[in-house]
Design a protein around this ligand. Structure first.
Ligand code: HEC
Length: 113
């Protein structure tokens, strides 16, 4: 594989890490509850317990909805290299990441006082 093809392949992998349509319904209600807890505790340790921002930016749905489709999934999946935002691919499935992105966009966990 020449370098150009290799680069294209890497870019494709980076931009399309997730199935276009995740089967969010396949997540049990127990697993969804665990994920909700994890988002508050783990994501919340940087983004704030109510996701209004801390070390990481506010995850205000009004702002997140301005991003192109798939942007949140890619960010959560890979993290932001060179920043404290870690990649979650090692511990969450693509389906779970899609679920988190969907909930962030609808503001389920965003409740700043
Ligand atoms: C160790 C701290 C830390 C943790 C834990 C963390 N983040 Fe982040 N996150 C950040 C930082 C810092 C940024 C901003 C990175 C940058 O400068 O581009 C960020 C950026 C983001 C963004 C992009 C926001 C934007 O407007 O560009 C999303 C979405 C996000 N994080 C979601 C999550 C989710 C979901 C979790 C938990 C699964 C999580 N983060 C856990 C620190 C963290």
């Amino acid at each position: 594989m020449n370098r150009r093809v290799a680069t294209a392949a890497i870019l494709l992998t980076l931009s399309l890490p997730l199935p276009a349509i995740a089967d969010v319904g396949a997540l049990s209600s127990e697993r969804r509850a665990e994920i909700g807890h994890m988002v508050k505790q783990d994501c919340g340790s940087c983004h704030g317990l109510t996701l209004k921002g801390g070390l990481g930016p506010s995850l205000d749905p009004a702002r997140l909805n301005l991003y192109p489709e798939g942007f949140l999934e890619v960010t959560i999946f890979h993290g932001r290299p060179g920043t404290p935002m870690p990649p979650w691919a090692p511990i969450l499935t693509p389906n779970e990441i899609r679920y988190i992105a969907t909930q962030l966009l609808s503001g389920t966990w965003y409740e700043p006082k």
